[in-house]
Design a protein around this ligand. Structure first.
Ligand code: PLP
Length: 352
């Protein structure tokens, strides 16, 4: 049976709702009066975070472990798995490359092509990828990984738990920067790792208690509040992104959006995603023109990050100097698609 995302987002933490309050309480206490079998210390266990994990685990169909940022989730799962080798895809969030290569230089693991992975190694995947939405065929890749004894971790931040059944498609672990679509309001950092293996989830939580990588109560609460409306937001963001992508594709620029039939991953995305998400990129070849274009936008804010209710346009080279100077990444928010297209149009007219 298909998961009922709308109801899960509202009720998967129902077992915690023992107060008359309809909204969850924020429980900031770091310590708890001693009671046999009760909570002892916040780094070990905390109600607000557990409520959030119940919802995220429900949405993704596994056991969820929350972290104070997406990168803390990346570090948490990789330190836990301690592979000898990791393979990264051609395009992957640059923070992941930075972390994996910095740790490789310290001798933690080595970075290898996927063909060289051996049993127990990690095949890191990100689909759709940041920023060009490259698509990995999850069913085919995870089947190959199982046959070779390789562990798959999939960063599905762009897909959210809604648009792609990442664990159902065979991933061992799925990861999200909840800072993005899941919290959804550009006001709470967080990350989550979800796995179908409850023993592994318990072990991740034990590591997290030792490492001290527990999210703050306010951040967990804000993320819990944000996730309640995730299904509504993601549906609208996907729908608007499709319209914006079609508009940009009618211009002379290269556009990367998996919903466009011209995108290299379109056929696979059409199979493994229910919609194509709220992220797209396009390139204005001249970097100065691209910067002027971003400055002329009035609704899109010129900022990094993604997945919030407000639309953002980022000259990607400002965050990752390895990207071409004219690559612009758009995160589509909840404004009307007509207003967003009009904003892009006026900035393009002035740029051409
Ligand atoms: N994964 C992806 C795909 C991202 O885009 C980001 C941040 O932009 C992260 C992970 C890291 O998340 P955070 O910034 O919350 O550490």
């Amino acid at each position: 049976m298909e998961r009922d995302f709308f109801t899960i987002a509202l009720h998967a933490d129902g077992a915690f709702a023992d107060l008359p309050d309809v909204a969850p309480a924020i429980r900031p206490s770091t310590t708890f009066e001693y009671a046999e079998g009760g909570r002892s210390y916040r780094r070990v266990s905390d109600e607000t975070t557990e409520r959030l994990e119940a919802v995220l685990g429900g949405l993704e169909g596994g056991a969820a472990v929350a972290y104070p940022s997406g990168m803390a989730a990346v570090a948490g799962v990789l330190r836990h798995l301690r592979p000898q080798r990791i393979s990264l895809p051609d395009e992957v969030y640059h923070g992941v490359t930075d972390f994996v290569t910095a740790e490789a230089e310290r001798g933690m693991w080595s970075v290898t092509p996927a063909d060289d992975l051996r049993p127990g190694d990690v095949w890191w995947l990100e689909t759709p990828s940041n920023p060009r939405c490259h698509i990995t065929d999850l069913a085919a890749t995870t089947a190959e990984a199982v046959a070779r004894g390789v562990v798959t971790v999939v960063d599905a931040t762009f897909a959210t738990p809604l648009l792609q059944d990442t664990l159902g498609l065979g991933a061992d672990y799925v990861l999200h920067a909840t800072t993005k679509f899941i919290a959804g309001h550009s006001d709470a950092m967080g990350g989550v790792v979800v796995t179908g293996d409850s023993v592994a989830a318990t072990s991740l939580r034990e590591d997290r208690a030792r490492d001290g990588a527990i999210p703050g109560a306010l951040e967990s609460w804000l993320t819990l509040r944000g996730v309640r409306t995730l299904p509504l937001r993601v549906a609208r963001q996907s729908d608007s992104a499709m319209q914006v992508a079609a508009f940009l594709a009618s211009s002379r620029f290269a556009v990367w959006y998996p919903g466009l039939s011209t995108h290299s991953g379109h056929d696979i995305a059409a199979r493994q995603m229910s919609e194509y998400g709220g992220m797209l990129s396009f390139e204005i070849e001249d970097g100065e023109q691209a910067a002027a274009f971003v400055d002329r936008l009035q609704l899109f804010r010129s900022a990094t990050s993604l997945g919030g209710v407000e639309s953002l346009a980022e000259l990607r080279a400002r965050s990752n100097p390895e990207e071409p100077p004219g690559l612009i990444r758009l995160s589509i928010g909840l404004e009307s698609p007509e207003a967003l297209i009009a904003d892009l149009d006026q900035a393009l007219q002035a740029t051409q």
